[in-house]
Design a protein around this ligand. Structure first.
Ligand code: 13P
Length: 255
């Protein structure tokens, strides 16, 4: 059985002090929810707040994730963060978020390199895929998502592929208040994402890989996503910045 994973992507929000306050407001609730292993909860603060958040959740089942990494081990890459700088502070890392693809020139090839670098350093990559509005309206969703999944997994052995998490985040649903429908997201995840994984590997591997939905998830709509058989949790943006909302979303995962 796949364990749902609910991750809060704080994006470029929260100073170190604000991160501390948010974790303080969440920690007891999330600890209770994650205690029996029915849901994995991951907080993904900005890099600079990672050590603080990691210290705050130490000894709890709450996990920490980064929002990006660079694939090289070290060297002259001004402004970048190497995988070895993350290990010890986090267990997860978001890779290929649409905002990185859109604003920072992230390519499918880079996503593949980052995914491999994360795996090589025992970090669980949360690989983001999803079509934009124009692609959606042109009926290109399956082709776009299939290509992104194939590119992310290029050269990944079956055992490594099983360790990744995929987040289906349609770009038009991110931060817009216009979430996908549960059935719509379920269809893309089941048919396109798991279908592609089955073609690349095998049906059993495709079933084993956890696939989240992300895009305007709120306490109000989350039950619709968690009721879907192909959806294994949520990647939450805006609602993860509000303690009561994120706790409510995590609570829905264990219902
Ligand atoms: P919102 O939940 O704010 O739409 O953001 C989703 C997202 O991009 C999570 O990575």
């Amino acid at each position: 059985m796949r364990i749902p994973i609910v991750a809060g992507n704080w994006k470029m929000n929260k100073t170190i002090a604000e991160a501390r306050d948010l974790v303080n407001a969440l920690r007891d609730d999330l600890t209770r929810l994650a205690a029996d292993g029915r849901v994995q909860i991951v907080l993904c603060p900005p890099f600079i707040a990672l050590p603080e958040v990691a210290a705050q959740v130490q000894g709890t089942p709450i996990k920490v994730g980064a929002q990006n990494l660079f694939w090289e081990a070290k060297g002259a890459f001004t402004g970048e963060i190497a995988p070895t700088m993350l290990t010890g502070w986090c267990d997860y890392v978001i890779i290929g978020h649409s905002e990185r693809r859109q604003y920072f020139g992230e390519t499918d090839e880079g996503v593949n390199k980052k995914t491999k670098a994360a795996l090589a350093h025992r970090l669980t990559p949360i690989v983001c895929v999803g079509e934009n509005l124009a692609q959606n309206e042109a009926g290109e969703t399956a082709a776009v998502v299939r290509a992104q999944v194939r590119a992310a997994c290029a050269g990944l052995a079956r055992e490594d592929a099983r360790r990744i998490v995929i987040a289906y985040e349609p770009v038009w649903a991110i931060g817009t208040g216009r979430a996908a429908s549960g059935a719509g997201a379920n269809a893309v995840i089941g048919e396109t994402i798991r279908g592609t994984l089955a073609a690349l590997y095998d049906a059993e591997t495709a079933q084993a890989i956890r696939v989240q939905y992300g895009g305007s998830v709120t306490p109000k709509n989350v039950a619709e996503f968690f009721a879907q058989p192909e959806i294994d949790g949520a990647l939450v943006g805006g609602a993860s910045l509000v303690a009561a909302d994120f706790a409510a979303i995590c609570r829905a995962a264990v219902r």
